[in-house]
Design a protein. Sequence first.
Lengths: 781, 158
Amino acid sequence: MTKKFIGKRIVRNEDPQLLTGQAQFVDDVEIPGMLHAAFLRSDYAHARLLSIDVSKACQRPGVVAVFTAEDMGDDWQPGPPLVSPPPTAKDVIFNSRRQVPLVKDKIRHTGEAIAVVIAESRYIAEDAVDDILVELEPLEAVVDLERGLEAGSPLVHDDLESNLAAHLLQKKGDYETARQKADLVIKRRIVIGRGAAAAMENRGIVANWDAKSQHLTIWDTTQAPIPIRNGTAARLGLSEHQVRVIAPFIGGGFGPKMMMFYAEEMVIPWVSKELSRPIKWIEDRRENFYATTQERGQIHDVEIALSSDGYILGLKDVFLHDTGAYDPYGLTIPLNTQCHAMGGYDIKNFTTEVSVVFTNKTLVTPVRGAGRPQGIFIIERLLDIASRELGIDRIEIRKRNFIPPDAFPYEHKIIDQAFAPLILDSGNYLPVMEKALEMIGYEEFVKEEQPRLRSEGKYVGIGIAPFIESTGVGPYEGARVTVEASGKISVATGIGTQGQGHFTAFAQIVAEQVGVAVKDVRIVTGDTTEFHWGTGTFASRGAVVAGNAIHAASSIVRKKILELASKVLETPIDELELDDGLVRVADIPHKSISLGELALLANPLRGAVEPGTEPGLEATAYFGPNYGATAFGTHAMILEVDPETMMIKIKRYVTVEDCGTVLNPLILEGQIHGGVSMGIGNAYYEQLHFDENGQLLNASFADYLIPSATEMPRMEVGHIETRSSLNELGTKGVGEAGTIPVPALFAQAIENALYDHELEILEMPLSPNRLFEFLNEEKSR
Amino acid sequence: MQTLFDLGVTVNGARYEHAVEPRTLLSDFLRHDLGLTGTHVGCEHGVCGACTVLLDGNPIRSCLIFAIQTHGHAITTVEGLGTIDNLHPIQEAFQEAHGLQCGFCTPGILTTVKSFLEQNPDPSEDEIREAISGNLCRCTGYQHIVDAVILAAEKMRT
C-alpha cells in the first residue's frame, strides 16, 4: 500500500501554539492562592549537618512556612529505586543508596536541598532562604574516581566499607586466549569528563492538593508522568486515582527529566498537602547546574588484540563510572557503555568490567547518549590507533571488522539496559558508511584537496565515525485512539513530550490507518488522566514503542470503522475505501459515510446493541518489543584547526542514519541536527569543572559553553533504510543518534588535521585550551 | 514588602498602569503580572536569550532589566507578533522550516529575528548566525532556524 502520510515532510501540528506563546509550560501554570517555594541548598559538597535555625526566616513578612527534614517526620523517606540492577547478571554488586527529600544528617553534594521556604512570592522565598542559619562540619570531599576507591578515602555513605556503588563483570568468548594469538595488542587509558544536559527550560513543579475533593494535581517537567503519579500516590498514601500528573509542553528533556524522584518532586507535593495550598517551584539555572543530573564521567583502561591484517581478535575494558552522590538509576549508563564498546564490529571475545563509584558530586543519570558515546569513543579510538600501527587505512580496518549483513539478528551477548543479552536485530552497515564517504567526497578530499590545503599551510582534517545505537527498549507503551462525533481523531498516550514532534509524527501514524488529515488528529501526551499506563520518554523509544502502540490501536479502530460502515453501506469491507474522513464504496464515490456519522452510530443514545459489543469507534492497544531495535549510522566531518588559537572551523558535516522506517524526514533531520549540536558541545566546548572540594567552577551559561549558531556547521543528512523486524512500522529510534559518535569523530579529525604532530587524543571533552596544552606537552618532550 | 512604584508601559500596543516593586524583573512582570507567559526565562543571567523582548523595537533581555526601567516605553513580546489563526510571516517560516522543537527558546528567537530582519531584510547565512548567536537552542542545532530566517526574509520582502 502506498503510504500517504508516513514518511512525508509534514509541518508540525504543535507549532502555531508554540510560536505564538500560547503553549503551556509548567512555569506558566497560575492558580489562585498559589505559594512559591525556594530551597536552601548546600554550598559544601560533603559536610555533616549539625543544626538548622529557621526562626528568622519564619518571621519574615510573606513567609508562610519553612520545612526541614525533621518537619517531614515519617514522611521523610529516600526516593524509590528507579532502575534495579539486571537480575540476569551474575555476581553483580549493587549498593543502592537513594537521594533524600531534604538533608537529614549529611550533605553529599553541592546543591543538595537542606530546607524549603514557602512564601507569597518567589522573591520573598529567596530572601528568607538567606535568613536560615545552618551549622555544618565540612568533610573532605570525594571527587576523583580512582582516589575515591583507595583505602582511607573519605566515604560518601558512612555505612559502606568503600565508595564502590556497584561492580559488574561481563564476558563474551575468551579474551585472554584471543590476546595470546594476537599480532598486536594496544593498551590505553581513556578519560571522559562530565557534562550537563542543559535543556533550555529548567525543571519545575506545581502541586495543588484540593482538600475538598481530596485530589492532587501536579504539573511536572518530567519525561515520565505515569511513574511520577504512581510513586507520588504511594509516598503520600493516596490512591493512584487521587493523583493526576500533567507533563505539559516541556522545554527539552535530554534525559535528566527522566530521573525520578528528584528531591523537589518529593517535597513540593508533600508541602501542598500539608498546607492545602497550591505550591510552585521553578528551578533557576544555577540550581540546574547543581541539582539536575549530569553524565559521562568515566575512566577506561582498555586493550584491544588484533591480527596483523587488522581483524579484531578481542577487546578488554576495565572502567570506573562516576554515579555521583546516589545511584537511583542503577546501571543503565555503564550497561550502555559496555554494549556500545564493541560498536558495529564482529568482536568474538570481549571482557568488560565496571566499578561504579560514589562521589560528592551531583547525581549521574542518562543524558542524551547515555553511556553510548563513551563506548563508541573507546572502540573508534582503538581502531584509529590500530590503523596507524598496522599501516591499514582507517576505512579499510573498519570495513574488515563490520558485522556482515547476513549475520543479523546478531547475538551481541552483553546484557544491556533492558536486562537481557543485547541482540542487534537488523542492519547493513557498509552501505551506510560508504554513503557517508561518498557524500563528504572522502577519496577526492584525501587525494587532492587535503594535500593542496596542507601545501598552503592549512591544518585541515577529515574524520569518519560509524556507530550503533540501541533504541526502543521495552517494557511497553500504550495508546487509546478514538473517533469523535466531529469526525476528528483523539489519541492519548502515556509518554511525555519534550519537543520531539509527537503531536505530528504520531498523528501521521493514525492518519495513515484511518484516512483523515494529519491536522485532524489530536494527540495528548503526558497527562495521567488521559492515559495511565506506560513508563516514559527515554532511550530513543518514543517513536518506536509509543509509535507502534498507536499504530496498533489505529489498526483496530480502522477495522471497527470498516465493519460498521460495511453494515451501514451494505457493502463488503474489501470494496470500501477509507480516505478524507469518509468511508466510500470504491466504485461508487457518492455512496459514502463520514467518520463522524459512524462515530455517532457506534454510540447510540437509545435502542439495543448486540450483546458483547463495545461502544464507540475506539481502541486501546499496547506495544512491547521482545528487545530493542538497534540503529546504525556514520558521521563524517572536515574541519580546520587554527594552529595559533586552536579554534576549529567545521567545513563539512555529514551524517548518514539507518533508523529503519522514517516517519517524518523533517522531524528526523531536526533530531539529528540537535543531537550533533550536543555532541559537538561534548567534544569541544562543554565540561563541568569541579575543584578538589567538589565545587563546580563553571555553573553558568557564561562559563559552561553550549554551542551557539556560530559554532554549528551546516549539516547534510543522508538516510538508508533497513526496517526493523521487531515492530510493524519497522522503526528504530534516532533521538540520541546525533550525539553518540561526535567525540570519536572529533578526535580522529583533529589528529588528521594536525598531521605534523604526534597527537593521540585519549580524552573528551577537549577545548581549544586543552588542545593547546597537548601540543605544548609534545613540544616539551 | 518593599515600596511600590507606579509603572506605565505599553505592551503589544496596550497601555498598562501597574504598581511594582523596584526589584521586579521585566520578565517576571510580563509573565506573572500581565500573564504574558510566552516570554520564557532560561538562565536569569542574560546569556541564553530565551527572555528576549523588544523595547521600542530593539531586542533586550527581560531578565536583566527591572520592570520599572521600562516606564514610558513600548514593549513587544511574542504575543505581539501573530496569532494562532494569523501567524506573522516569521512564525509561518519557522513552522514551514521546522525552526523549533521544544519551543522554549523560540519566543526569544522570534523577537530577535523580527528586529534583525527590519534592519537587514536580505541577510546572508553568516549574518543570520551572528544575529542569533545570543540565543541558545539545545534542540535544533540551529540549522532549521537559519533556514527559517532565510525563508522569513523572503516572505517579508515579497
